[in-house]
Design a protein around this ligand. Structure first.
Ligand SMILES: NC(=O)c1ccc[n+]([C@@H]2O[C@H](COP(=O)([O-])OP(=O)(O)OC[C@H]3O[C@@H](n4cnc5c(N)ncnc54)[C@H](OP(=O)(O)O)[C@@H]3O)[C@@H](O)[C@H]2O)c1
Length: 291
């Protein structure tokens, strides 16, 4: 029995569809009963913030897809570490044999924000269970559909200067997880997942324009400008400073590389930016806005 956490998220939703289509025995962990019903698969209600709620969800589980919250720090605490630790402990208590965890590229315990939290958690997982495999993705193309990706007048908010980024489609992350959950186990391996090409913010805006057959401008923001905008909206200064430091690393090329992990795992090329845009035109039009 496979348990999926983060089943309603951008990776988990697609993984639910894939596992259902191949007739795999799985259940989804959801916080909200109604969301579980909407998934149309077996589900258990549980919350990483309430560790006792996880015990029943893990009953009979031998394989785990560990995905989900990328929560921001609150009052200096990184909730992700506490939340995923509860799931790792529940998995260890249930004797789970195989865990495929979504981490992030450049995860390291001494790094910042999600990279630091995943770095701590990846080690914690390795200490708790021998059957771990890590997916360490570059930035998600699905971030283009999130609030704030475009200005109200329809310009892409560019945060990476002139550096290319090898964005990838979360559907490919889900399919890599599917292979690692249902195929031969790959314990102790980490896969850095990227798209097939790296594009600058300007190139990405041009691709969006081409897909929508309309001009799409760019609002380039330096890391310190992003940080200042966040603190102006009430974000803690320490968080904004950490984010600016991470953005400087990306602007220096930390997400520019392209790996062969997706084609190697899936036996086909990774989805391109243009594939993603063509498959999400209505949502993209909403995200960019109607001038
Ligand atoms: N965004 C990027 O570019 C990027 C790049 C690399 C790695 N990552 C990592 O990818 C992960 C996010 O994956 P995603 O995009 O698929 O997720 P997502 O779309 O952000 O969805 C988050 C999922 O986590 C669930 N969740 C939230 N709080 C929870 C809790 N307390 N207990 C149990 N479940 C909870 C949500 O359930 P509800 O429906 O109940 O809210 C939802 O299913 C993060 O760990 C992030 O660090 C992100």
């Amino acid at each position: 029995m496979i348990l999926l956490t983060g089943a309603t998220g951008s990776i988990g939703r697609h993984l639910v569809r894939r596992l259902a289509a191949r007739g795999a025995e799985f259940r989804a962990l959801v916080r909200d009963e109604a969301k579980g019903r909407a998934l149309g698969c077996a589900y258990a209600v549980g919350d990483f913030d309430e560790p006792a709620s996880l015990t029943a969800a893990f009953a009979g589980v031998d394989r785990l897809f560990l995905g989900g919250p990328g929560a921001l720090p609150v009052d200096g605490e990184q909730p992700m570490v506490r939340q995923f630790t509860a799931a790792i402990e529940a998995a260890a208590a249930a004797g789970v044999e195989r865990v495929v965890k979504v981490s992030v590229w450049h995860a390291a315990p001494d790094s910042l924000l999600a990279q630091g939290a995943h770095g701590v958690l990846d080690r914690r997982l390795a200490d708790a269970l021998p059957g771990w495999t890590l997916l360490q993705p570059s930035g998600f193309l699905q971030n283009l559909l999130l609030p704030g990706a475009f200005t109200p007048d329809g310009r892409l908010v560019g945060r990476y200067g002139d550096a290319p980024v090898s964005h990838l489609d979360t559907r490919d992350v889900a399919e890599c997880a599917e292979v690692l959950l249902t195929g031969p186990p790959r314990p102790g391996e980490s896969f850095v997942l990227t798209g097939p090409q790296a594009l600058t913010d300007r190139e990405l805006a041009d691709r969006v324009a081409r897909a929508l057959h309309r001009p799409v401008g760019l609002l380039p923001l330096a890391p310190d400008e992003t940080a200042a905008a966040l603190t102006a909206r009430g974000a803690p200064p320490a968080f904004a400073a950490d984010l600016a430091a991470l953005l400087r690393e990306v602007a220096a090329g930390s997400l520019a590389g392209v790996t062969t992990a997706v084609p190697t795992l899936l036996g086909r090329p990774a989805r391109t930016v243009d594939d993603f845009l063509a498959d999400h035109l209505p949502a993209l039009r909403t995200a960019v806005g109607h001038p």
